[in-house]
Design a protein around this ligand. Structure first.
Ligand code: HDE
Length: 696
């Protein structure tokens, strides 16, 4: 009988022999986990070529068993994440405020690992739901790991950790039906938050454009909870941590988010990966707000209340460092999935405050790692391992990897003079409590103002941002099936701002409002322009992507000059062609495509241009995907450049008579390119929006 063993030497068809030969040539032997060389990775062991498989096939069993156990529990929140390696560099010494080693000397670099995430969805969910983004940074300092586990929004839904499971249960998929995935637009979420006035400020942020960011490279980051700095003299101040993206914060429109999720559900993850891969390293400035106890006591809210922020106009933000993300993970699972952040990972010079939300977090993260990462030894996983020496007498446990030597595993001891000892310079907790020693279950009076900052946030927004907040509330509440919840939410909005409530009611087509009596009447606070993304948006094309739709027969030099002009501004150009094979230029040379039109809707670009020949324009004007490409770019307030013949496509997309400063004719002239660039630097043509879309 002919043997069915497929080895490299037989090279049988369907045996994978050819591939097998390749790996033998490079000298890499495929082995089992026990190191046994595998001779055939294509066929399991069976009785005759058509007979039953044999249980003794240990290679098959090992491979399948390992595969069966590949998944670990996903994070209960922040399951969908993207990671990156990089470094943090101090630009201004904080020696006078903290003794933390990595914050002493300017130019000192500290290795970091960052994980950005959405909150509500599962690990395989889309990148652009309306949601908070996690912004967690692990600093591998010389004194141990410091984890700054923050979000892209500076406040939170709740004031006390005891409400966290309720909050998360309300936003996650409803437990009977298992949907919606990754969305707050459903009854249980709005039922819960409408019964929790303390969530009003956070809701304003989540309904704002912050919750649909353009890129993970373009989000701000906040430590949210109040921490303490302690210096070498023992002086202590409160501190709020911040990150500011060097590219500026930017968002997409809701309609784009919906379409992007269909076009590219890895939109943010891909964008981050590609930026780093191509050397466009994302950078974030690191800032602190320092608050001494007297200033804290004088604030008109409680500094321990995580539903409040301290406006930069009240306590200025000091930029003291920079983080550069310059390396993609080598392995998603080993690093991004297994990284274990924990707000309790602090270093000497940084301490906690009594913020009740933070105090609950200090318990939760370690606990969650124990079940996610299968035991107490997850600190040995390379991404979690401190880069400084780590020695103690903790021993054994599941998945222990280190091999501690010697007979001594206790302290004090006299048998091993070289074993580790406690040290006076180690971490010592700052002895003062924040505001008193009582231990009771009671919410402080100073936590009672739930509406003033929500109103301040709304009043700090630009007009388009206010419109988007109205639309977002209208969209989400429009998905709520229980009328009483809608009415209750409108009651809260009426307290926050009459115009906001009026706009949302109108968009919902209702006048029914359930009046609510606030625990404390809100006050009018001064607006904080720093809270608006649009008001402080830099005029730049850096890090932006410009999609250029081409047809056959165009002048290649026009495209070339255009590319040169926008690349000089730091933007990236992507060539989109009807077919992935590219286009034939007027001189018959071939121009390759980066994307086929069907796979690159204009939602994935920040601005677009269309260059066509007469014939090309006629052909594209017959293509729904090309018409949508232009129409969507217009609807998403983008700048659209076009050459003469392309006007036909623009007309077909319904833009005739709608031209504004964002529609720029691009002839072969530098001046036209400049007009395009200057318009595109504004990011969007906001004045266009009210003409084409009403809130709702
Ligand atoms: Fe978290 N949070 N959280 N959280 N959180 C987790 O820890 C928790 C809160 C944040 O990329 C979990 O390892 C409680 C605020 C980020 O791996 C869990 C409370 C902020 C990440 C947990 C909060 C955050 C998490 C789930 C209320 C902004 C992802 C998996 C007191 C400052 C980190 C895990 C990563 C992850 C608990 C509230 C940020 C369950 C109990 C406020 C960025 O332990």
């Amino acid at each position: 009988m002919k043997s069915s063993r497929a080895t490299g030497s037989t090279g049988e068809v369907g045996s994978g022999g050819e591939l097998h030969q390749k790996s033998e040539k490079t000298g890499d032997r495929l082995t089992t986990n026990q190191g046994i060389t595998i001779s055939d990775n294509q066929n399991s062991l069976r009785v005759g070529s058509r007979g039953p498989a044999l249980l003794e096939d240990f290679m098959l069993r090992e491979k399948i068993t390992h595969f069966d156990h590949e998944r670990i529990p996903e994070r209960i929140v922040h399951a969908r994440g993207s990671g990156a390696h990089g470094y943090f560099e101090l630009t201004k010494s904080l020696r006078h405020l903290t003794k933390a080693g990595f914050l002493q000397n300017t130019a000192k670099q500290t290795e970091v690992f960052v994980r950005f995430s959405t909150v509500a969805g599962g690990a395989g969910s889309v990148d652009l739901p309306r949601d908070v983004r996690g912004f967690a940074v692990k600093f591998y300092t010389d004194e141990g790991n410091f984890d700054l586990v923050g979000n892209n929004i500076p406040v939170f839904f709740i004031q006390d950790a005891v409400k966290f499971p309720d909050l998360v249960h309300s936003v996650k998929m409803e437990p009977d039906r298992g949907f919606p995935q990754n969305a707050s637009a459903h009854d249980t979420f709005w039922d819960f938050v409408s019964l929790m006035p303390e969530s009003m400020h956070m809701l304003m942020w989540v309904m704002s454009d912050r919750a649909i960011p353009r890129s993970l490279r373009m989000i701000e980051g906040f430590g949210v909870n109040t921490f303490r700095f302690v210096n070498a003299e023992g002086d202590s101040n409160f501190v709020k941590f911040h990150w500011r993206p060097v590219l500026g914060a930017a968002s997409v429109l809701w309609d784009e988010a919906v379409k992007i999720n269909g076009a590219d559900q890895d939109f943010h993850r891909r964008d981050l990966w590609k930026a780093i891969d191509s050397g466009n390293f994302p950078e974030f400035e690191f800032g602190v707000q320092i608050i001494d106890e007297a200033t804290a006591a004088g604030l008109d809210f409680d500094i321990l209340d995580a539903t409040k922020l301290i406006p930069e106009e009240v306590v200025p933000l000091q930029i003291v460092g920079k983080m550069v993300l310059n390396r993609n993970p080598d392995n998603f699972f080993a690093e991004t999935e297994q990284v274990a952040f924990h707000p309790a990972n602090i270093v000497p010079g940084i301490e906690f405050s009594d913020d009740p939300l933070l105090q609950g977090r200090l318990f939760s993260y370690l606990d969650t790692q124990l079940s996610r990462l299968g035991g107490a030894n997850f600190h040995e996983i390379p991404v979690n391992r401190p880069r400084c020496p780590m020695r103690n007498f903790q021993r054994d446990g599941m998945r222990r990897i280190d091999v501690p030597k010697g007979r001594v595993a206790y302290e004090p001891n006299s048998l091993d003079p070289d074993s580790p000892r406690e040290s006076g310079t180690g971490f010592a907790t700052h002895p003062e409590g924040d505001f008193g020693p009582r231990k009771i279950r009671e919410r402080s009076e100073t936590f009672k103002d739930h509406y003033s900052q929500a109103r301040m946030f709304f009043n700090s927004m630009s007009e388009p941002e206010q419109r988007h907040i109205v639309s977002a509330f209208a969209f989400e509440l429009g998905k709520v099936e229980t009328p009483a919840i809608r009415k209750r939410m409108l009651g809260h909005l009426a307290i926050i701002d009459k115009a906001l409530c009026g706009g949302v009611s109108k968009a919902l087509g209702t006048t029914e409002i359930d009046p609510i009596k606030p625990a404390l009447e809100p006050r009018d606070l001064a607006p904080s322009p720093a809270l608006s993304i649009i008001k402080k948006a830099p005029a730049t094309l850096r890090g932006r992507k410009i999609g250029v739709l081409l047809s056959n027969g165009i002048d290649g030099s026009l495209v070339k000059q255009f590319r040169k002009a926008i690349e000089a501004e730091g933007a990236e150009m992507a060539v989109v062609c009807p077919k992935i094979g590219g286009v034939l230029l007027a001189d018959k040379a071939k121009l390759p495509a980066d994307h086929a039109l069907s796979g690159a809707p204009s939602v994935i670009f920040d601005a677009v241009a269309v260059f066509t020949s007469d014939d090309g324009a006629r052909e594209l004007a017959e293509e729904a995907s090309a018409i949508d490409w232009v129409r969507d770019a217009f609807g998403h307030l983008k700048v659209i450049g076009f050459n003469g013949p392309s006007a036909e496509l623009l007309n077909k997309a319904g833009l005739s008579g709608m031209f504004d400063e964002g529609i720029v004719k691009l002839d072969d002239k530098k001046a036209d390119f400049l007009t395009f660039i200057n318009a595109a630097k504004q990011q969007r043509i906001w004045e266009r929006e009210p003409k084409i879309r009403s809130p709702g």
